[in-house]
Ligand binder design. Structure first.
Ligand code: Z5A
Length: 210
């Protein structure tokens, strides 16, 4: 596909949304508006699934949670991400498949092979060119969320052991295009590190890049 697919990942409060906004503005300054998406969500159906997966007061099975998230992703990939990539856009996603492996497999304990198969079905095998994994200790992320007065969802209400499993799964993540960034550093340092990686994958399509 002509476009470039870039994903930001990491535990809660790592700074993903902040960095997506910054990268989007930086790309725009280079004359390259990006399509930005946040998961789960981004289409009417995906937003509806997000509401249930994150906000439902009812008990749900872990498999139901998985399929709500994958239903959201399948719709987002079909209706937004693939068309944007086919049109040659840079797509910046706040979370994607690695979140599912870290939260539903490492965090919740669902079986990896089955989840990976379901993931491939949901995405048609779409993989990012670059995955920036922002790393912060659990307590740092929680403190940032507290200061930002973020309302807690079903995941954020999980105990520290759950969030520690998620963080460790992120720290183990490896493979083509996976880059780890120490996100405890000041925003400017994190932004500079991320921009270097974005340039490396997107440079041929950017103009005015030093
Ligand atoms: N989930 C799942 O289980 N499986 C999946 O496959 C997917 C998702 C896709 C979505 O939550 C939930 O869905 C998620 C997992 C689950 N829940 N959890 N946990 P969400 O969309 O509501 O939230 P989030 O994705 O977890 O993002 P977040 O908690 O909002 O955090 P963030 O985007 O990484 O951080 P931020 O909003 O950019 O920054 C937080 C604050 O820190 C803010 O005040 C910033 O100004 C500040 N900040 C940012 N960077 C810095 C630095 N470098 N220094 C100091 N302060 C900073």
């Amino acid at each position: 596909m002509a476009g470039v697919f870039i994903v930001l990942e990491g535990p809660e409060g790592a700074g993903k949304s902040t960095l997506v906004r910054w990268l989007s503005a930086r790309l725009l300054a280079d004359g390259r508006p990006a399509t930005t998406v946040r998961e789960p969500g981004g289409t009417p159906v995906a937003e509806a699934a997000r509401k249930v997966a994150l906000k439902s007061k009812h008990d749900m099975s872990l498999t139901s949670e998985l399929f709500l998230i994958l239903a959201a992703r399948a719709d987002l990939v079909d209706r937004v991400i693939r068309p944007a990539l086919e049109a040659g856009d840079v797509v910046l996603a706040d979370r994607f498949g690695l979140s599912t492996l870290c939260y539903q497999v490492a965090g919740r304990g669902l079986p990896r092979a089955e989840v990976e198969a379901a993931l491939r079905l949901a995405t048609g095998g779409l993989e990012p060119a670059l995955t920036l994994v922002l790393d912060v200790p659990v307590e740092v992320g929680r403190e940032r969320q507290r200061r930002a007065r973020k309302e807690q969802d079903r995941f954020e209400r999980q105990d520290d052991a759950f969030h520690q499993r998620v963080r460790e799964a992120y720290q183990r993540a490896a493979g083509p295009g996976v880059v780890h960034i120490d996100a405890t550093r000041p925003k400017k340092t994190v932004q500079d590190a991320a921009w270097r990686e974005v340039q490396a994958v997107a440079a041929p399509t950017l103009r005015g890049v030093s």
